[in-house]
Ligand binder design. Structure first.
Ligand SMILES: Cc1ncc(COP(=O)(O)O)c(C=O)c1O
Length: 366
């Protein structure tokens, strides 16, 4: 039995984080500065994206992507009903309407078939969420978007480093959004970025990021925001990117070790990844069948907590929050929101602790 508490996630410093933060601090460039430019360059290289715009977090990065495509009040975006709700919430703040699609019961991601049912004449964009490090079926979603003349914005906040048919998540569509939150695969504490293949959108997002001011100081070309990432935060990200091979190797180890313990357990199904997805799994998660775990997912979580294991529930389905998102029926999203559990997934968790987590989870089976 493990003697320590096993956190669901904990940020880790892999190399030069402290040195670079101190350097940024001593340079007196504590707002913008060279580390922000470097992070944008390094992340663009890592993702193989022509342009990257850093932002203060993943939510403001989504907002920038919406501003790039000129999302207006009354427009609609199609988002999955199971996933972290930032993409929907930002749309609401802009006076746009999130229309929620179902998701696939095995991959927990939206499919083109789900999306097709959500189109209206007001649809402006599709925002697939690559939940837990999976990648949605982008070929069919992009083909559908092209046939309807709408844009696709990937929410790749949880899928940094995952690949789809050899391409980095977040660079398959013309716009992709990332989060560098403390738990994410590459972190800056709080931070985010948008990748795009469009020089024009890049420029537009840079403008909106900083009060709408271009070359001419105090001249506002557009009504912008302050969505800038500070230099000290970017310094952490630069150091993390230097060690991305190590981070990837450790995350792969964690995922594979979990799989070796969790496959072929009746009543427990780990998230499915399609053959053309090479996931860099952000959170290892499984669905607990009600027959094998009749006490329910929440009781299992509670039991694990008592054993010193921190877990998280699946995302609440949009249809369970009608006060925000309106009435709708999303049975698969609701099933997942009740039955999915995500397990401690830090890249630094030991194999021994993974075995303990899996053993404890299995012991909850009835
Ligand atoms: C899928 C998804 N989108 C967007 C966000 C928002 O990112 P942030 O917390 O950096 O604002 C998150 C993360 O928390 C997320 O998981």
């Amino acid at each position: 039995m493990s003697s320590t508490n096993i956190a669901w996630a904990s940020p880790h410093y892999w190399g030069n984080e402290e040195r670079y933060v101190l350097d940024a601090l001593q340079s007196s460039w504590i707002s913008g500065g060279a580390y922000v430019d470097r992070l944008e360059r390094d992340f663009a290289n890592y993702c193989e994206s022509p342009y990257v715009v850093a932002a203060s977090n993943g939510t403001t990065a989504l907002h920038l992507a919406y501003l790039a495509i000129d999302l207006r009040p009354g427009d609609e975006i199609i988002v999955p009903g199971f996933g972290f709700m930032a993409a929907a919430n930002v749309a609401l703040h802009m006076g746009a309407k999130p229309v929620f699609s179902e998701v696939d019961g095995a991959t927990w991601c939206m499919t083109a078939e789900d999306v097709e049912k959500c189109f209206t004449p007001k649809t402006k964009a599709i925002v697939p969420i690559h939940t837990y490090g999976n990648v949605c079926d982008m070929h069919s979603i992009i083909a559908l978007a092209d046939s309807r003349g709408v844009t696709v914005i990937e929410d790749a906040a949880e899928a940094i480093g995952s690949k789809y048919s050899g391409k980095m998540a977040g660079t398959i569509a013309p716009l992709g959004v990332y989060s560098f939150h403390a738990t994410k695969t590459i972190t800056t504490g709080e931070g985010g970025a948008v990748a795009t293949n469009s020089a024009e959108w890049c420029k537009r997002m840079q403008l909106f990021r900083s009060h709408g001011m271009g070359e001419r100081r105090y001249w506002h070309e557009v009504a912008g925001h302050n969505f800038r990432l500070p230099n000290m935060q970017a310094a952490i990200g630069c150091a993390q990117l230097e060690e991305v091979v190590k981070i990837t190797t450790e995350r792969d180890r964690v995922y594979r070790t979990y799989l070796s313990h969790l496959t072929n357990i009746p009543g427990l199904t780990v998230q499915h990844f399609a053959d053309n997805v090479e996931p860099l799994v952000w959170a290892i998660a499984a669905e607990l069948d009600a027959n094998s775990f009749p006490q329910g997912r929440d009781a299992v979580m509670h039991h694990l907590q008592k054993l010193g294991i921190e877990t998280r529930p699946g995302f609440y389905a949009a249809s369970t929050m009608p006060h925000l998102y309106g009435d709708m029926m999303l049975p698969t999203c609701e099933r997942l929101s009740q039955q999915v559990i995500s397990l401690p997934s830090s890249p630094t968790i030991s194999d021994e602790d993974i075995e303990y987590v899996c053993h404890s989870l299995k012991s909850c089976r009835r």
